[in-house]
Ligand binder design. Structure first.
Ligand SMILES: NC(=O)c1ccc[n+]([C@@H]2O[C@H](COP(=O)([O-])OP(=O)(O)OC[C@H]3O[C@@H](n4cnc5c(N)ncnc54)[C@H](O)[C@@H]3O)[C@@H](O)[C@H]2O)c1
Length: 353
């Protein structure tokens, strides 16, 4: 299948490109330049792509032309400014990229006759945070305290309204929580900061050790997006879908940092910086994945402690000189073997017109 990924140079987009290209699909991507040292560069993702387009998704006409050149059957929209702290520093770029960029993708879908389905990626942070313990289901109210969260909630509402107003390409929204995995190099992400500190033997200061997040390995999250895409291609329901862990994945930052320290070993440790002054971030975020479990047969397959172990093992192996593509594809094989009946494995097979 011909698949276009926006944001393919980023963390999730690089894993997704490797997953889909190694599954025999013709993958193209539209994004900005990759960050130095990230998975895209380390695993030489560009070599596997049919079209590797560098374009700002705020450029509506350019996006329309690039999508037409890629001629995709399936579009997975991941490109975004995804960092909460960066959204405080530059709210305009965050909102333009995440909201108007999504509008441009939705408009380009209408102009691309080859497209049969699309998945728009938002986040668990779209939910209006009222400190729920039992997880937000898809019909919970949307909101967003910080510019990143509100921009994603706007993109989410925009997509729902667009699909209702201009039906055509089946388009669904995928909401997932914090993902971890090898090859992420973004600023202000817990696992990235921890590993950098472990490598440099310079302990990381953690701002919100008691914040709770629905942690998930990136492969589990992406298997949800692929399962959803397969369902859309078979005429399944569009709408919004949560892809989160079972409750064992709702962990504090402290618990995940401790698990990472134990897995890395040696002198690794972290320090509590909760007394410092930091911009607001939600203390508690949980996600209810029951709808995707029930209706798509999708479920998180890598439980919490293993998701940390897979992540740390990836960084350790690459830090010790292993080839990043080989390590990544090895984890992908392990993931496929973990649940050979998982729906994502067959989701994009036998869906020809
Ligand atoms: N990483 C997480 O924990 C997490 C959690 C929930 C949701 N998400 C969502 O998943 C998606 C991917 O996140 P990620 O972690 O891979 O982020 P990332 O920062 O690693 O990658 C972002 C990608 O978007 C591209 N991009 C950014 N601005 C762009 C622009 N103006 N034009 C074109 N491309 C642009 C970048 O080039 C990159 O390829 C985002 O939509 C994000 O909001 C991520």
């Amino acid at each position: 299948m011909r698949i276009l990924i926006t944001g393919h140079t980023g963390f999730k987009g690089s894993w997704l490109s490797l997953m889909l290209a190694s599954g025999g699909h013709e993958v193209s991507g539209i994004a900005l330049d990759p960050l130095a040292g990230g998975l895209y560069e380390a695993a030489r993702v560009g070599e596997l792509l049919h079209h590797d387009v560098r374009l700002d998704i705020r450029d509506a006409a350019g996006l329309r032309d690039a999508m037409s050149d890629c001629d995709p059957e399936l579009v997975l929209h991941l490109a975004a400014q995804p960092l909460v702290r960066e959204s405080y520093a530059d709210p305009r770029t965050t909102i333009e990229t995440n909201v108007l960029g999504t509008l441009n993708v939705l408009e380009a879908l209408v102009a691309a006759p080859s497209v049969r389905a699309a998945v728009i990626v938002t986040t668990d942070k779209v939910y209006r945070n009222v400190g729920r313990l039992d997880g937000y289901a898809e019909d919970a109210a949307l909101g967003g305290h910080d510019p990143y969260s509100s921009s994603k909630a706007m993109a989410d509402i925009l997509t729902e309204s667009w699909v209702a107003s201009f039906p055509g390409v089946p388009t669904a929204v995928a909401r997932a929580g914090n993902v971890i995995g090898g090859g992420d190099v973004s600023k202000d992400r817990l696992m990235v900061d921890l590993v950098a500190g472990f490598v440099e033997a310079d302990p990381v200061a953690i701002r919100y050790p008691d914040a709770v997040r629905p942690w998930q390995h990136v492969l589990d999250c992406l298997s949800g997006y692929i399962t959803l895409a397969g369902s859309l291609l078979r005429g399944g329901e569009a709408g919004a879908w949560n892809f989160g862990p079972d409750p064992d994945g709702f962990q504090t930052v402290r618990e995940i940092a401790d698990a990472a320290v134990a897995q890395w070993g040696g002198t690794a440790h972290w320090v509590d910086d909760s007394a410092g002054t930091h911009p607001h971030e939600a203390a508690l975020l949980t996600l209810d994945p029951a709808k995707a479990q029930r209706e798509l047969g999708w479920r998180n397959k890598i439980p919490f402690p293993e998701s940390v172990a897979w992540t740390i093992d990836w960084y350790k192996a690459v830090a010790n000189g292993a080839d990043a593509r080989t390590v990544t594809l090895g984890q992908l094989d392990r993931f496929a073997e973990l649940a050979p009946d998982a729906p994502w494995l067959q989701a994009l097979s036998n869906v020809s017109r």
